[in-house]
Design a protein around this ligand. Sequence first.
Ligand SMILES: Nc1nc2c(ncn2[C@@H]2O[C@H](COP(=O)(O)OP(=O)(O)OP(=O)(O)O)[C@@H](O)[C@H]2O)c(=O)[nH]1
Ligand SMILES: [Mg+2]
Length: 460
Amino acid sequence: MTDDTHSSDPETPDPTTDRSGTRALVAARDAEAEPDTTEIRELAAAAGYVVVGTVTQRRREDPTYGLGRGRAEDLMRLAAETDAEAVIYDGSLSPGQTFSLGELLPAGVAVIDRPRLVLDRLATAADSRSADVQFELARLRYELPRLREVAARDRETVRLRPEGRGRVRDLERRIDALEDTLETVTADRSQRRAERRAAGFDLVVAAGYTNAGKSRLCRRLAESDDGGGADDDGGGVDGDIFNPDAPGSIADRPFGTVATSTTEATLGGRRALITDTVGFVDGVAHGTMASFRATLEAIRDADCVLLVIDASDDLDALREKLRVVLGAVGSTAGPVVPALNKADRVDAPHLAACADAVAATAAALQDEGVAVADALESPIPTSARDGTGCDDLVAAVVESLPTATTTLTVPYSDGVEAALSWAYDREVVADVAYRPEEVRVELAGRPSAVEAAARRFDQS
Ligand SMILES: Nc1nc2c(ncn2[C@@H]2O[C@H](COP(=O)(O)OP(=O)(O)OP(=O)(O)O)[C@@H](O)[C@H]2O)c(=O)[nH]1
Ligand SMILES: [Mg+2]
């Protein structure tokens, strides 16, 4: 990527730089309880940081630093002691707070809040050829008010610095250009979906919170036609390093997927395209999420959404993550089939409690007017690791797909054989009966494919 829009100020670190090995402190604050830093540490590690210290605080938000002044000063001392190069704040900081905290910390220590951590990771890891323009756009939209803040402070302190304003203008121009590109990318993807449907495919899209097991579940569904199959040893494919025997297994790997990918599969006799998407993460502002338009539209437009939920989470986390995902998705055209994945890690009572928590969260979201909550079917326990429940999941997905049936009786001819062969290829032939001089064909499956097949028989 060639991009001359980011600044070299410590407050606005260059997001294209490789972070591997960067020493970072984690700072977290929560008004209600002692902050839990598990997820932010995992996200930081996934983005390449080495966490060398943590400062937490239970108090309400401080308008200047996010943390209270005392804890912010602790952070400053700890940063000096540990030679930290970055402070990762588990929450959103306003442009002003980012600036103030940066001023307090030793020179050169970057301030990275949760949204920046997520956006940097997505924007830099995404393969630029797969045009994840959306992540780049999200990151720049996040950047703009911060750069304006820096430019405004520069004006106050060092008189007017025209290069600050120039950078803001460059960034605005780059955002405009990316918005145009995203418009085209989104239209192209929508067109491609229409073509795939016309070719007789059902579009199944896996969505869910990061680390829920979407990719592993998609691989398993694509591997075998019935969704079951041999045990997945967790090794090999895509460098999956899950080790079920590791003590206190560090199987959690957020940010595994940074671009959507689509695989062809046969689900219960229907030709489907399964799309694996980038996971959702809490703490990325709604406006920024709106930039993930191409991904959100793929989910909203799917014939069936496979909503992957990590059943090994505790119930509070499960509810919270479900809210994040469904809140961002908003509404879907088709049904949503939830999978309670990682069922191998938990017992039956916990799975039952998860199903209840999903139902209760969906009901609450429905009351709040989140339309997608209405589309939720009953959850199916699955294990992408050992294949348990995958047959049931496939059955539920197939059951939820749109189906049309029609019966035709046509005079026998070579044209009918050709039409039959075409219909077999698209998996829409439910029954064929040869009679003297004529053929009776029962078609069932994707409405567009059934219609197209029926037209071929008519013209045969
Ligand atoms: N025990 C167990 N581990 C699983 C299962 N499914 C996935 N995992 C592990 O959970 C971790 C995350 O799985 P992924 O498939 O990468 O999750 P994801 O939802 O695609 O994550 P993102 O791409 O970051 O959104 C990996 O270490 C997987 O091996 C499962 O059914 N059981
Ligand atoms: Mg993934």
